[in-house]
Design a protein around this ligand. Sequence first.
Ligand SMILES: Cc1ncc(COP(=O)(O)O)c(C=O)c1O
Length: 373
Amino acid sequence: MSNFIPVFEPLLNGNEKKYLEDCIDSGWLGSNGPYIKKLEENFSKYCNQQYGSCVTNGSAALDVTLRAMKELYKWEDYSEIIIPTFNIISAAQSCIYNKLKPIFVDAEPITWNIDTNRIEEVITNRTKAIIVVHIYGLPSDMNPIIEIAKKYNLKIIEDAAQAHGQTYNGKKCGSFSEAATFSFFTNKHISCGEGGIVLTSSKNLLDKINYYKNLCFFEEKFIHTDLGWNLRMSNLQAAVAYAQLEKIDKTIEIKKRIGAKYQELLKNIPAKLSCPKTNYAHNHYWIFGIVLNDDVKFNAKTARQKLLDNNIETRPFFYPMHKQPIFKKLGILDNINRPVSEKLYEKGFYIPTGLNLTDEKLEYISDKIKQLF
Ligand SMILES: Cc1ncc(COP(=O)(O)O)c(C=O)c1O
């Protein structure tokens, strides 16, 4: 397909190649190389957090963070962790791997983030934490979440995998909580193919994370009193991610330009578009989403197939966690409805926001979307 427009394409036009050559010339390939330290120090500084620990991906970042917190704060098995149901599986599966129970809260219909009005109703005396996920480039509404966390003595963990450089009332996402996780997967604002990082304000938590991600090596090498994982990132990956950190402001600017252009071109279609701004943030458009109006006679799946027939790749919205077949099979689901998230899945999809997209391509994509109606 020669004119195929992928849903995302990275832009590798900074120091990526230079830093990779540096790794090869110096022989530093593994996780003890200098780019790991540079990335940890500079990304945590950029996000106004104290410490960083690079890991293999954003899912692993959640796994190791929950394990470290559970141990540090002595959470009992099957303590409850509140997460948005409109989400990727990573947070929920991290809970399950760590013998914690995920509790699913519905999305708010305009921002698609966790509905902060619905959090208190699921809190019990077993609740220990809220995992806040900043969805699709717009931050969650942190002030009410912080208030609830204070009132019930809960920890907050931010999953900022889609929100590098995003701010809430001018303060960086990833700096609101004791621990925040990020992904550096290909389609993220900072990418090294696969990768991730945990940021934290707690030295105790950092030490635990570094311990579990590194096979639980302790003082005496090769003698272990715990089982961990090898979740270490390589110097090669860190070199690429570090080069991308250097130009993150430019990346965000490109994303915002793409988002603004789609808002203008698609303003009259019978659908809700990604929310451009709230009173606490402007959208970074990690993705650009479209949710078909109720009176549109076809669903997202049909729209996506028609766009694919025109060489335009799209992605479905998240399939809500409280409907996941695997969680049904595991018997961890209470019988709940989360209607906003269910509708978002049925009616929603997202369209290309690759960093190389020209205005001409954005116009082509928008024309094909308008033709759907
Ligand atoms: C919100 C969120 N959390 C976690 C992850 C998992 O990150 P990774 O793919 O690096 O494991 C992703 C990936 O897209 C994500 O979007």
